[in-house]
Design a protein. Structure first.
Length: 219
C-alpha cells in the first residue's frame, strides 16, 4: 500500500570526525598517486591498488561520488517487460570498493516476475517497500530440499541465502519496489533458465527426462 500522505524530505548525509585535543602529525601522503591514464585501469581497479583507505578517498575527490541514485532516469527502462533492476556494485558505484557490500533496487510492474536466479557470491537481504509481492525460494520437493514461499508485505524482509535459487513475483496490478542488500561488492546473478538452456539439447533433454521419470515414480 502506498502512503500518499507522507512527505519524504531530502536527507543530507555527512561523514564527520571529532576534532582531536592534541596536534596530529602531518600526513605523509596528501594526494593519492593517480595511475597514468595510459595504464587503461578503471577507477575501480585504481581503488583496489591504492595503498591505504586515505589514498582511495583521494581517488574520489567529489562528494557526489559517494552517492548513488537508483531512480536515475538514465538507468530506468533498461530491463525486461516485468520491470527494472538497478544494481550498485563496485563497477557501477566504485565507492563500494573495500566495503564488502552491494545493493540493488527492483522496480516490478504489475504482475512483474523476477525470474529464478542465484547469487553465488553473496547472501541477499530483501525488503519490500510499497505494496506487496510473493517471494519464492523454489526447490525440488522430491529430492528432500526445503521449499520456502512467503508473501512479503510492506517493510517485511526475507533472506535469500548464498547459492539458493529464488525469484520474486508481484501479484498485484500496481508497481512494487524492493530493496536488496548483499554482503559482497560483486554479488553477481546467474539466471537459472539461461544457464540451463545454454547447454547442449541432449543435456537438457536428459535432465528433464530424469525429472519426468522421478515424477512418475513419486506422483
Amino acid at each position: 500500500m502506498l502512503l500518499n500522505s507522507i512527505l519524504a524530505p531530502a536527507v543530507l548525509a555527512y561523514v564527520t570526525a571529532a576534532a582531536p585535543t592534541y596536534p596530529e602529525p602531518a600526513p605523509t601522503t596528501t594526494v593519492a598517486p593517480v595511475l597514468p591514464a595510459s595504464t587503461g585501469l578503471s577507477l575501480s581497479q585504481q581503488l583496489f591498488l591504492a595503498d591505504t583507505a586515505a589514498d582511495r578517498f583521494a581517488l574520489l575527490p567529489r562528494d557526489e561520488q559517494f552517492k548513488f541514485a537508483f531512480h536515475d532516469p538514465a538507468l530506468m527502462d533498461k530491463g525486461g517487460m516485468g520491470g527494472d533492476l538497478i544494481i550498485a556494485n563496485r563497477k557501477t558505484f566504485p565507492a563500494l570498493v573495500g566495503t564488502g557490500s552491494g545493493m540493488a533496487v527492483g522496480f516490478l510492474k504489475g504482475c512483474g516476475f523476477n525470474t529464478p536466479h542465484v547469487h553465488s557470491r553473496a547472501t541477499e537481504l530483501q525488503i519490500i517497500v510499497p505494496e506487496n509481492g510473493v517471494f519464492n525460494t523454489p526447490g525440488d520437493i522430491t529430492s528432500g530440499r526445503r521449499v520456502i514461499k512467503n508473501t512479503i508485505n510492506q517493510f517485511e524482509m526475507q533472506p535469500f541465502y548464498q547459492g539458493s535459487v529464488h525469484s520474486q513475483f508481484n501479484p498485484t496490478c500496481d508497481p512494487a519496489v524492493f530493496v536488496a542488500s548483499f554482503n559482497s561488492e560483486d554479488f553477481g546473478a546467474s539466471q537459472v533458465t539461461d544457464e540451463l538452456f545454454a547447454m547442449s539439447p541432449n543435456v537438457v533433454i536428459a535432465a528433464f527426462g530424469e525429472w519426468f521419470r522421478r515424477r512418475q515414480a513419486n506422483p
